[in-house]
Design a binder for this molecule. Sequence first.
Ligand SMILES: Cc1ncc(COP(=O)(O)O)c(C=O)c1O
Length: 467
Amino acid sequence: MSQLPKFLTDKNLIPNVTINPALNYLGTETAFGFGAEVIAVEASKKFSQVYKFHVGDTGPKTPQPIIDVAIQALKDKQTKYGHFAGYPKVRENIAKYWSELRGVEIKPTNILLEPAGKSPIELAMQVLVAPGDKIIVQDPGYPVYESLAEFYHHGQVLHWQAYKDEEKQTLEFRVGDLQKLIEENEGVKLLVINTPQNPTGMVIGREKLEAVADLVRQYKFFVIFDDIYDQITFGGRKHFSFISIPGMLDWTINLNGYSKNYAMTGWRLGFVVAPEWVIEIFGRLAINKWSCVSRVNQIVAGAIYGDMELDGFKYPSIKTQVQELINKDFVEYEKKGQFVSEALNLLKPYVVCNEAEGAFYLYPSFANILKLSYVKDELKIENDKQLSRWFLYERGIATLAGSDFGKMGLGYVRFSYAEDRDIHIIPGIKHILNTVIELIEKSGQTAPLTSHDVDTKVNELITRYFA
Ligand SMILES: Cc1ncc(COP(=O)(O)O)c(C=O)c1O
């Protein structure tokens, strides 16, 4: 019984049989558990408004043309099982669009439709890694890679730690550090790269990805390339894909999907692009695990990229209309990202925020807030996890702790700016600034901004970004 995972014993759930001891290695994605706490705080009515900066969900709703296709498919009674890998027309449409987008030949047989972007992570861990092989994940990074890697391959996980400039508090993934890690550890089989990145919002550009490709050629390892936020980039940055590098499609499990770009998180729809032999194995696993993606979702997945037809029913392409609509969402994300970053930097050097590069996340450092006497001695807050809980339970501000995404996130807080501008982002930012000013002043220090100036300064930013 000593083998029981803590997350069961903590809840006093004691199975009457022995269960898989590897469960001790299974982590979680805090966003979901913390989300439930946020809902509980809202329900308690302690605050007139809980400001939501914790969500990994999209603020915008699914574009109407997508909903219309799904409704039509249901009216056509497209309700039976679907094709296990995705109907040929769906994979053809995705392959055509992606070949143009990525500048590389992608065949329908390189594609498998998935129940969202997350599922290929587990498939890759199950298929590509043999006992003793090592897996590299980014730190900080999306926690599910590490959780699943640990679950299946205990202790074989290595961390590509972001380089931290202590003075500026900035983070950067340097390929030199990755190379060192590979050279020092024999048997690296899989590297996970996510760009635009959750949790930092950083974008890894072409030059770095080409340097990683050189390492792939030299050391022969696979790359899970997660570019689920690929269309959400800012400041003139354009997403560059690892599979656009000649030869890299042979070494890449590229997960993508509809959740973030198309505001379809609840639909559970995604796809993976990979070598044909990998797709063949993934397909067999898919049959064993989920049989197929729902037929309605398959029709939607195809129509988003081109004309769809199934069993004599036609669904004309909604590609252009949908792209126009989501482009507006991306412009709004960019404005909100720049606004939040600049607003938080009004409190420099107490809070230091990175530039909004992509996805809908920022990863400001609150390390200097954690050093404040009032925070340490009176509130007894020692780390970013406690700070984020205090923000929620005492001030009604929901964020995620930086260290929920890895050790390099200690002292950081993840801010999502996906939520509604007028309900959450603007009033929420004012509330955060006032809260942090209170912490600074109660520690006997002078804040760079007084609470009297908050409205004026934030209003200036509102005019700059949203007028
Ligand atoms: C980096 C990253 N990859 C994958 C996913 C999973 O996406 P999906 O909802 O399509 O499973 C998320 C969701 O938050 C994410 O942030």
